[in-house]
Design a protein around this ligand. Structure first.
Ligand code: ADP
Ligand code: MG
Length: 250
């Protein structure tokens, strides 16, 4: 079911266009007939129970899962342009005793120098500029394993934003983050979205954030059950059924 928040057809320029997407793993149908348009500068939240296929959907967009259907990065009728996709994976676990620092992590991802040689000349400045985007300059010398959930997400976000992508994909960035950290992270994503006209596609189980930050919410459970404005989706029968909620508004 589609509660169209853009009026009749899709008259907007699309940054990401998914049509009739299906994913099978072995004999198992994980996703069936998924249709979704994400517009430039739009924040889209994917919600659904565990095992619904949310991460699989993101992986198909990232080219890490085989699929049937269309995943294009343009408007219908135009040739699909290859976008730069920034990806923040579901929080990886780092050992608190691991000596790897935030600057080491950037050195591994951004430079060809072995991390044990430290940051090259000028590179520290670049890393500080990247961390500045997430207000995290003070994290540069911290050990990754000692960061709080919110700090780690900000560091991973800073990595995903260099170079600046056209689309940013985040898999459950709010899990393991306390309420204060969630607001900080969502405010930051909102600011980055606006400043860079970035499209953001993220999965989350935190529904309280949706009305304030999401332009569009998509409820997935092996296929799209309902999509539309946060208010419409969160008060829908489909939402209550998917999460076994009894009556009332979310
Ligand atoms: P979600 O992110 O919504 O929790 P996933 O996309 O991770 O769900 O998984 C959807 C379904 O696909 C689950 O039933 C999961 O077991 C299955 N699945 C995901 N990845 C694999 C895989 N590599 N091999 C087999 N089954 C998988
Ligand atoms: Mg997942």
């Amino acid at each position: 079911m589609r509660l169209d928040i853009h009026g009749g057809g899709c008259g907007h320029s699309c940054c990401l266009r998914v049509e009739n997407l299906s994913v099978r793993i072995g004999a198992d149908s994980i996703l069936k007939d998924v249709n979704l348009h994400v517009h430039c500068g739009e924040m889209v939240a994917l919600i659904g129970p565990n095992g619904a296929g949310k991460s699989t959907f993101l992986k198909a967009i990232l080219g890490q899962r085989e699929y049937e259907g269309i995943i294009a990065f343009s408007e219908p009728g135009q040739r699909s342009k290859k976008p730069r996709i920034g990806y923040v994976p579901q929080s990886p676990a780092f050992d608190p005793s691991d000596p790897v620092s935030v600057s080491d992590l950037f050195a591994c991802c951004m430079s060809r120098r072995p991390a044990f040689l430290g940051l090259g000349k000028g590179m520290r400045e670049t890393v500080l500029e990247c961390l500045e985007r997430v207000h995290g300059e003070d994290l540069i010398d911290k050990r990754v394993g000692t960061l709080s959930g919110g700090e780690l997400q900000r560091v991973l976000l800073a990595l995903a934003l260099e170079p600046m992508p056209n689309i940013l994909i985040l898999d459950e960035p709010l899990s393991g983050v306390d309420v204060e950290g969630m607001e900080t992270l969502m405010d930051m994503l909102d600011e980055i979205r606006e400043v860079y006209d970035l499209s953001i596609l993220m999965t989350t189980h935190d529904f309280s954030m949706l009305p304030r930050y999401a332009d569009q919410v998509v409820l997935i459970d092996r296929g799209i059950k309902i999509q539309g404005s946060p208010e419409a989706v969160l008060s829908s029968e489909e939402f209550h059924q998917a999460f076994h909620l009894k009556g009332g508004k979310a």
